[in-house]
Design a protein. Structure first.
Length: 247
């Protein structure tokens, strides 16, 4: 029996965990297969417990699907190490490791729609600030820069700058201050899936700038946009097809 283990990041905010769970319960319904939701950190169950539950349900082949936007340390190191650690407990279990969502055109369009939802004044004096989570892995800046380029095209050539919340430069607070001083209007676009501490920090910085008289707005995080469910289902289907080829 094939099953799916969704591996989400986890958050200190219960609201973020609820958002992830609600989203994944909806997305999982498209595959009509047993599934479990687990977390890398800060929430329960973990990967070991999630896998145990699927095996107890009768799974002999499992898609391990990272609920991650981009490939970075969690994808290349943390999840594989955890799978290696527990694989000895299930020698007959076949595992297909799915890919993060990556750069998909429907997500670019979702970001553009989030921008339009702020009802922005878009012109030569408008700057879009795309905010990535940040990672030391080289795949992260390459992917974010590619997304920024496509987003600029989607927004008819509007200026798009890139910044990060951690690990990489320029950092969000510095890039945001430069933007509000240089442009008449700044639209902050968080490249984040669910709410949480990072989203709260972005909103607080933008709010403080508006209070000081700058023209700025923060777009909504991606959360439950239909493109996200479609993109995740696409990755799960890829991994399920891999399982079919090895059976």
């Amino acid at each position: 029996m094939k099953a799916v283990l969704y591996v989400s990041h986890g958050s200190r905010r219960k609201a973020a965990t609820r958002q992830a769970e609600d989203f994944l319960h909806r997305a999982a319904g498209a595959h009509d297969r047993p599934y479990e939701i687990c977390y890398l950190e800060l929430a329960h169950p973990d990967i070991t417990e999630g896998m145990r539950r699927l095996v107890e349900k009768g799974a002999d082949a499992v898609v391990v699907q990272p609920v991650l936007l981009l490939s970075a340390g969690h994808y290349y190191k943390d999840i594989p190490e955890e799978l290696d650690r527990i694989s000895g407990s299930y020698p007959e279990l076949t595992i297909s490791y799915g890919e993060p969502l990556g750069v998909q055109e429907n997500i670019i369009k979702a970001l553009a729609e989030r921008i339009q939802e702020t009802n922005p004044p878009i012109g030569k004096e408008t700057n879009i600030l795309l905010v990535g989570r940040g990672s030391h892995h080289p795949d992260t800046p390459a992917a974010v820069e590619k997304i920024a380029g496509r987003l600029g095209e989607e927004m008819s050539g509007t200026s798009v700058d890139v910044c990060y919340l951690a690990a990489l430069s320029p950092r969000f607070s510095e890039a945001f201050q430069r933007s509000v001083e240089a442009y008449e209007h700044t639209i902050v676009v968080p490249y984040l899936w669910f709410t949480g501490v990072l989203m709260e920090e972005i909103q607080a910085v933008v709010h403080q700038a508006v209070q000081r008289g700058y023209s700025a707005a923060a777009a909504h995080h991606l959360q439950d946009h239909p493109a996200m469910e479609q993109s995740l289902q696409f990755r799960v289907n890829e991994a399920l097809n891999k399982l079919s080829r090895v059976e």
